[in-house]
Ligand binder design. Structure first.
Ligand code: FE2
Ligand code: FE2
Length: 493
């Protein structure tokens, strides 16, 4: 996704907005210059040196000014430009050297930039700089650098992975991008499990919080790079770890919606984080009830309906309070409230639901109904779920947001199985934005049997001689009926 160049945008800006952008530009330039000075100073002097300390203090002060505007600050390089968060910085002659230096440094390290969170201390900055200039960090990439930082106790400064700018349909790149998407997805599932499963008691609140934020930034970056790979993973069904899997699925759908709504990266991370922990309150519901195979009676329902309030409280106790936590608390509290004020928990007044809550409510409902939880006997097909949701617009769901979700899922969601008129069985691997009725698919089996190396084909392929499409969709099929385990194909490299 290209970052918007607000300064050159044709939209008419008000005087106040222009002043704000001018201030951001000046602040961004000062920050880049100071970063450069700090790196140079750190390579000459050690951590105790007075000049080193002075330059670090100056950088810290500049960051504090930035944190007044945003809860986190990133400096990134894309296509030869430097960005402060979403704002592209214009280079002035006096800052040229610093800009070029930072640009080359990011490239040398194999990262697209650095992200600093509002809690960063002066000590963390000092350690970070002395570590960075002393490590043989050439081309080590964000993941390795972040591990080094983390081991050194630096929790609020992270490197951002380099963007894959190459065409994603290139098969070699596609393979490695898929592997990365998988890693990111399962890392997020693991952190939800740690937090919600209570396996994190040995770790401090801050450590767990840091890991969760890192996981969500990973999800946001992967979805921006290639949405299909992450959407494909939401189609995996895992009944043992339903709650954790469901949490990550909802987060993936919510971030994909946020991108279409034009949210910036900071907001996307907050949305994804809130979605990841929307069901935190389920940790306080007895496991037998969560896994109950039969229909719920009234007592069961009223117990289940307590999870939003539990969740909101548990979040405030489990994480340090910042914007991520605050937003997650609102979403946990509101995700079962309906647009018309009904739903639970009951509150004695009507209030507008938060945008993030409305987004999460949609994604939550969609994922829960399509993934067939243990207590739901029948798994509904995607079109049945969508029809149910459409019927409930204005009462339960925001109609505009529902349209956005349908656009993401498409007519045939990534990960679903199709029967084609050639007799072939095909797995949807990518939506085709130009024609939602003709996605790209992997042919898993034909009339002869399963394929050893399933080819990926586009359903838009046209047979000119006979003047018709080569393949047409007959209908969606249930993989179980055909004895096909789609996870085999989704998880392969
Ligand atoms: Fe819930
Ligand atoms: Fe949920």
């Amino acid at each position: 996704m290209n970052q918007p160049d607000t300064a050159n945008s044709s939209v008419q800006l008000t005087g106040a907005e222009k002043r704000e952008i001018a201030n951001l530009q000046a602040l961004g330039r000062d920050l880049v210059t100071q970063l450069y000075i700090c790196i140079k100073t750190a390579s000459f002097y050690d951590i105790q040196n007075a000049n080193f300390k002075k330059q670090m203090r100056k950088l810290h002060e500049l960051l504090l000014v930035a944190f007044d505007l945003e809860p986190e600050v990133s400096v990134t390089e894309t296509d030869g430009y430097i960005f402060l968060n979403e704002q592209r910085l214009k280079i002035k002659l006096e800052g040229y050297l610093a800009f070029k230096y930072i640009q080359n440094l990011f490239r040398k390290l194999g990262v697209s930039g650095v992200r600093v969170f509002a809690d960063t201390t002066l000590d963390e900055l000092k350690t970070a700089f002395s570590k960075m200039v002393r490590s043989e960090a050439e081309n080590s990439g964000a993941e390795k650098l972040n591990d080094t930082f983390y081991e050194a106790g630096i929790k609020n400064i992270t490197f951002i992975p380099a963007l894959t700018l190459t065409e994603t349909r290139d098969e070699d790149n596609a393979e490695s991008s898929r592997t990365k998407a998988k890693k990111t997805f399962f890392r997020a599932m693991n952190i939800v499990q740690q937090v919600m499963g209570g396996y994190n008691r040995q770790q401090s609140k801050n450590t767990v919080f840091f890991k969760a934020k890192r996981a969500i930034h990973g999800i946001v970056d992967e979805i921006i790079k290639n949405e299909s790979y992450m959407l494909e993973l939401t189609a995996l069904r895992n009944y043992d770890q339903y709650t954790y899997k469901h949490s990550v699925n909802v987060s993936v759908f919510a971030v994909a919606m946020g991108i279409r709504l034009g949210l910036d990266k900071v907001r996307l991370a907050e949305l994804g984080f809130a979605a990841l922990f929307h069901d935190f309150g389920k940790t306080r519901i007895p496991i037998d009830l969560l896994n109950k195979p039969d229909n719920f009676d009234n007592t069961d329902w009223s117990k289940m309906q307590e999870h939003p309030v539990y969740g909101s409280k548990a979040l405030s106790q489990s994480f340090p309070m910042d914007r991520h936590t605050a937003r997650a608390m609102i979403v946990a509290f509101e995700h079962h409230k309906n647009l018309d004020g009904t739903g639970y928990p009951y509150i004695n007044r009507t209030r507008t639901l938060n945008l993030f809550s409305r987004i999460v409510a949609l994604c939550d409902y969609f994922d829960a109904l399509t993934s067939g939880r243990t207590y739901r006997k029948e798994v509904l097909t995607v079109d049945q779920v969508i029809m149910q949701m459409i019927k409930q617009t204005n009462v339960k769901f925001d109609p505009y947001l529902l349209k956005v979700l349908i656009h993401i899922i498409g007519i045939y969601p990534v990960g679903s199985l199709l029967l084609l008129d050639t007799g072939e069985l095909a797995l949807v691997v990518r939506n085709n934005i130009d024609d939602l009725f003709r996605p790209d698919v992997k042919i898993l089996a034909d009339t002869v049997g399963k394929k050893e190396h399933p080819p990926v084909v586009q359903l838009t392929e046209y047979d000119r001689q006979n003047d018709k499409f080569k393949r047409n969709i007959v209908h969606l099929v249930d993989p179980e009926k055909y004895g096909i385990d789609i996870s085999e194909y989704i998880l392969e490299d």
